[in-house]
Structure formats: structure tokens, C-alpha cells
Design a protein around this ligand. Structure first.
Ligand code: DC
Length: 226
């Protein structure tokens, strides 16, 4: 059966990964969380006390970073490995949320991560979520989704997700972090977050996860028919 590339881009906390995981599972495709790669690079900088505003330190860091995804049978998804170490939990901490957009704006970092992301697509059958997947990473993807939701819904979802993970955080902190990341992600010089001209926009504020999954799966079947 024909396999396609599906991209899911959008602002922070819109539920991109949740949707991408479900679609990948339904189709038996590979799911790639590109944000996890920027988070892992940020973790590397922080852990090694490196300064990402110093170009030599950025180049040195990238030369020492290897990123891989490993299947996690417990939750049926993939965990990210940074130089062989599973950093899936560490990259979801607030300290990473606070710094990742600055790191993701650096050209050398993006050159590295985009090249890694593109390696995944040799065989197609992939669902990747992020900010520039439909515009830069896979401009020829067969199906591009641009996911949005109201700022209030996004804060509420991320807040509940962090609480469920046992994190100490307030709604206000989540709101400020979402706003800050969206601002940096849409205003950076290199591949800023944009809706691709041929992307389909879905506002999921009032959709259940099941409803949005069905909506996208209908789009997938339509693409596979043609
Ligand atoms: O999707 P996420 O929240 O895990 O992404 C973390 C950060 O990484 C996000 O604030 C911006 C950056 N990012 C990016 O610049 N390009 C991508 N394709 C994915 C994420």
C-alpha cells in the first residue's frame, strides 16, 4: 500500500504530539517528535554548562551530540536518546520549556536537527510534528496539518499535563511560557513557525481527541485514494 508523509505543525501546547501519535498508530507509521530533538539539544547545553550564545560552544556541542529514538513498549511510543541516554523525562522539565525556543532559533542547531529529521523519510510512512515540518523539513509532504486552539484551551491542557506528571507549576507560568515560546518561534530569522500555503488548518479547541483523529484519518484516506 502507498505510504505518505504527514506533517503536523502549530503553536505550543496545541496537542500536536497527541494527534501525531494516534495517526501514526492507526496507520502503523513512524512517529517523530521533532520538538524532542530541540529539547534534547537544550538539555545537553544545560547539563554541560555550555553557553549557546557562543558560536564555538554551539559547534562543539553539536559535534558531540547523537540523537536517536527508541521504542518504548510500555506506552507504545518512542523515547529520545541523547548520546545513548534516555532523556525523555528530563526534556519535559520547565527549565527546558524556558530555554528551548532560544536554542531552536540557532542556525547550526537547526541545520543539524533538520538533517536528522530528513533521514527518517527515506521510506515514507511517517508522521512528524513540529514548527517547520511542512514548510522546511518536508515541503513536499502529501498531507500537511496546521493545528490551532484557543490560548485558554492550550494553557489548560498543558497545565493539566504537567500536574499529571507531578510538576509544581501555576497556570500563569504555563501561559507566560506558551506566549514566550510562540513569540520566539514565530519571530526567529531561520524557518519561523508559519502555516504552509498548502496546509489544512484545524482548530481543535472544541474537538475531542477522538474527533480530531477521525477528521485527520478521513483526510489521510482521501489522500491514499488519489
Ligand atoms: O513541540 P515542543 O513543545 O516539544 O517543541 C519545543 C520547542 O522546540 C518549541 O518551542 C520550538 C522548537 N521547535 C522548533 O523550533 N521546530 C520544530 N520543528 C519543533 C520544535
Amino acid at each position: 500500500m502507498k505510504k505518505i508523509i504527514i506533517t503536523i505543525d502549530g503553536y505550543s501546547s496545541c496537542g500536536k504530539s497527541t494527534l501525531a501519535k494516534k495517526i501514526a498508530k492507526d496507520l502503523n507509521y513512524v512517529f517523530v517528535d521533532s520538538g524532542a530533538m530541540y529539547r534534547a539539544v537544550t538539555h545537553y547545553f544545560l547539563k554541560n554548562h555550555l553557553d549557546w550564545t557562543i558560536p564555538e560552544q554551539v559547534v562543539d556541542a553539536i559535534n558531540h551530540i547523537s540523537l536517536k529514538f527508541e521504542y518504548n513498549a510500555q506506552n507504545g511510543t518512542s523515547d529520545i536518546l541523547l548520546n545513548g541516554e534516555n532523556v525523555e523525562a528530563a526534556i519535559r522539565e520547565m527549565i527546558i520549556n524556558e530555554n528551548v525556543s532560544d536554542v531552536a532559533a540557532i542556525k547550526e542547531v537547526r541545520d543539524f536537527t533538520v538533517a536528522e529529521q530528513q533521514k527518517n523519510a527515506i521510506e515514507k510512512g511517517i508522521v512528524m510534528d513540529g514548527r517547520d515540518i511542512g514548510t522546511v523539513v518536508f515541503p513536499n509532504a502529501e498531507l500537511k496539518i496546521f493545528l490551532t486552539a484557543s490560548p485558554e484551551a492550550r494553557v489548560e491542557r498543558r497545565y493539566k499535563q504537567l500536574l499529571a506528571q507531578g510538576k509544581q507549576v501555576t497556570r500563569e507560568e504555563v501561559r507566560l511560557n506558551n506566549e514566550k515560546r510562540d513569540y520566539i518561534d514565530t519571530h526567529r530569522e531561520i524557518s519561523p513557525l508559519r502555516k504552509a500555503a498548502d496546509a489544512i488548518e484545524i482548530d481543535n479547541t472544541h474537538l475531542t481527541t477522538l474527533e480530531q483523529e477521525k477528521l485527520v484519518m478521513d483526510m489521510v484516506f482521501e489522500k491514499l485514494k488519489n
